[in-house]
Design a protein around this ligand. Sequence first.
Ligand code: SAM
Length: 541
Amino acid sequence: MTPGLSPGALIACALRLGADRIAGWSAREAALARMATEVRSGTVRRLHEQIRSGEDPLGQAFIELRPPAARRELGATYTPAVIVNAMLAWAGGHVAPERVIDPGAGSGRFLLSAAGMFPEATLIGVEIDPLAALIARANLAAAGLAGRSHIAVCDYREFPLRSSVRTLFIGNPPYVRHHLIEARWKDWLAQGWRALGIRASRLAGLHVHFFLATLLGARTGDAGAFITAAEWLDVNYGAALRQGFLGDLGGQGIVAVEPAMTAFADAATTSAITMFRIGERAPRVRLRRLKSIVDAASLEGGHLVSRQRLERQSRWSQLLRGAGASSRARSCSRKAPVASGDLVELGELCRVHRGQATGANEVWIAAAQEACALPVNVLFPSVTRARELISAGRVLRSLERLRRVVDLPRDLDELESSARRPIEVFLRAARRRGAHRSYLARHRRAWWSVELRAPAPILATYMARRPPAFTRNVAGARHLNIAHGLYPRVALTEAQLMGLVDYLSTGVRVADGRTYAGGLTKFEPREMERLLVPRPEVLPA
Ligand SMILES: C[S@@+](CC[C@H](N)C(=O)[O-])C[C@H]1O[C@@H](n2cnc3c(N)ncnc32)[C@H](O)[C@@H]1O
């Protein structure tokens, strides 16, 4: 920390550290330079040492000098080193850039860190605030990077990005709400997205403008990582960016960063780190949630979500909810551990549907004598009690012990005439018992037609004083609403289905569901879909 630096002293220090040796010196900075005051050589020497050892004393002095309201107008919040380093570590594994661009460079934290990771790359910072630009220059000069650095003092949306060299875009684009954005830039935003075939709201914050400017200026093969406010994942104005992310931006992953761990001095909302490779449409996107500073060492890991799922969903943050430290608890198999990068949400592989409710089990679950009288093609052996799955174990091989559910076609004329008589008798008795008056019966297309779901390849209990039981339904049983059915969305082999049953049987703990009074644990279908399981390729193992 360098407390007590006046604006004049701060400018003087920046100049003494060599700010004007960095390419791109602007008239606005020259005007600032004329305000420099006297400064002691000892102060400059100490600053030099601090910068060389990785600190940012000038950036800190800038933050202290500028009142929060003034910084808010330009969205000036500087990024903690742990996040800068994690983002660069990701970039290091995914691109070998010839130049690195930091849009809204501030004091140059990303460029300084990128210098070590990419020793051959040109370092370019674009910054609209001349005092911040001057500080970024001083930092780069003090770190011995004058020969390969350039700072442009201008609006990022006006910077000529187009180039044939491979570029890494990395940084923390400013968060400024649309109320403070000029109408001409809102027009620019709408036109820019339109040129990409995307309809956009004009109400987007400045960070969305930065994404668009990047997308318009980048070329295939470029990559990037931006940390921004996470609200674009859900809100209406974020729809264009969500579409762009799945389109030409080439979104690869999103890591949500909890406010508690960012150490962003003045940000109280969740941030999102968005990783992209221009033009590369990944079939699956990696989602992760960071809850502690320890997790931030690497942005890899998390779980994979298919682009189709993201396309279908209008709010993405709920997909990130199960994707972090808590997801480890959800996936805690007592069997051989699966690498977190190999985990996907169960919902990626299977739809989970609750079984059908009859509205009057005493009528629709056939009593023995009815079962003798009714034709077999309206009687469906079904799982009607959770204990039937629990006692079956991992595989339900036989229908023998299951009760039959009467499921009649909506159009009774479909039945053969010989079947009509016993069914009419059954329906008259059902009416006498009031089955046609139940809420469900009144809301069915035909009160007599329960419309059981097709047999689910895997069945699961979801409400018991024990973890759910998962059973491979080889017998082809139907199920009532005491069980959930898992219906694969992707082709799974028999070995993979069994692998899934095995994994879920050992990996899901009671604590993962909702616990009701009395210790009852319940998994709603959507909650079950959020359980983490190995992706199909590693399932049989
Ligand atoms: C969130 S800060 C990030 C600073 C730095 N990259 C970091 O992460 O530590 C955003 C920066 O963008 C700058 N900025 C705001 N509007 C800008 C614009 N239209 N063009 C270029 N820079 C802008 C602000 O002055 C601020 O320094």
